[in-house]
Design a protein around this ligand. Structure first.
Ligand code: FES
Length: 291
């Protein structure tokens, strides 16, 4: 069986193996960001001619979600039934250049922590920019120590905000670690505030949101400045949970985190996120358990 691709590239087909498997084996490039799990659409091909097998269940589900036409197939699920002609969809020169980056992506179950300093904008209006840099660096140092101590990694700083990831080193309890770090951050904030009060007559209040679930991690950004990060619904939801701490509590966690840390009796609240039909159940850590 012959699988003919654009640019005169060819793959020798086999009835029981997918086009992607054969392509990888025979050194033909097909982008496969999710590594053949039917969880992306980068391995799409257009079936120009020839007979192919029906969609697998996983492929059908993704095709329905993305509204893919009948002749657009996932090469990681596609098996051929004779000579075929296929055309890769993700294939121009830039796509090829980014192939390594796309293929570095990986789905993981991780805990995500977002934190933010309340009313930081008005705080920064009252102080000199050099002072703010000094204050923030001291604050980030303290918070970073808490994250490190609980096997987390600070993913990025967003102004006065922090995003941290837990579970990257294969640790089996990312949500427990994330909660441990959150409590440690609150504890360290007390010491930091003593310094801030003495030096600048101010104190910080912070909000921390925690969520646990599936994310895609990988290198993101321009090839010369790409950095490792996590993206996906879990990350967006964690950021929204942190926003919801305002006027409510210091540490707010999602249901999956609440289950993992085996907490009980915390005040619960519901949050309806944009584009979702079901509200999210959130739990506020009682003051007495914050440190
Ligand atoms: S590699 Fe992601 S769907 Fe095929």
């Amino acid at each position: 069986m012959n699988i003919q691709l654009e640019n005169d590239e060819q793959i020798i087909g086999e009835r029981e193996r997918t086009v992607l498997e054969l392509a990888i084996e025979q050194g033909v490039q097909i982008t496969n960001a999710c590594k053949g799990k039917a969880r992306c659409s980068t391995c799409r091909v257009v079936v120009v001619r020839g007979e192919v097998a029906q969609r697998t269940e996983k492929e059908q589900a993704l095709a329905e979600r993305l509204g893919l036409p009948e002749n657009v197939r996932l090469s990681c699920q596609l098996k051929t039934r004779g000579d075929v002609e296929l055309r890769r969809v993700v294939k121009d020169d830039l796509d090829r250049k980014l192939l390594h980056q796309a293929n570095s992506a990986e789905e993981r179950n991780l805990a995500i922590l977002f934190s933010d300093i309340r009313s930081f904008t008005t705080f920064s209006e009252r102080h000199l920019p050099y002072d703010i840099v000094h204050i923030l660096n001291r604050y980030f140092f303290e918070m970073g120590e808490s994250v490190k101590a609980h096997h987390g990694r600070i993913d990025k700083y967003m102004g006065d905000g922090i995003m941290a990831i837990f579970g990257l080193d294969g640790d089996n309890h990312p949500a427990i670690d994330a909660f441990g770090a959150a409590k440690d951050m609150v504890r360290r904030l007390q010491g930091f505030n003593t310094w801030l009060e003495t030096s600048y007559g101010e104190q910080f209040e912070i909000g921390i949101g925690l969520h646990y679930g599936t994310v895609v991690v990988g290198d993101l950004g321009h090839t010369e400045s790409a950095s490792f990060t996590a993206i996906g619904d879990t990350v967006n939801v964690a950021a929204r949970i942190e926003s919801a701490t305002k006027n409510r509590c210091t540490i707010l966690v999602s249901e999956p985190v609440y289950q993992e840390i085996e907490a009980e009796g915390w005040e619960s609240t519901e949050l309806l996120l944009k584009g979702k039909t079901e509200p999210l159940h959130l739990y506020a850590c009682p003051k007495a358990q914050e440190t």
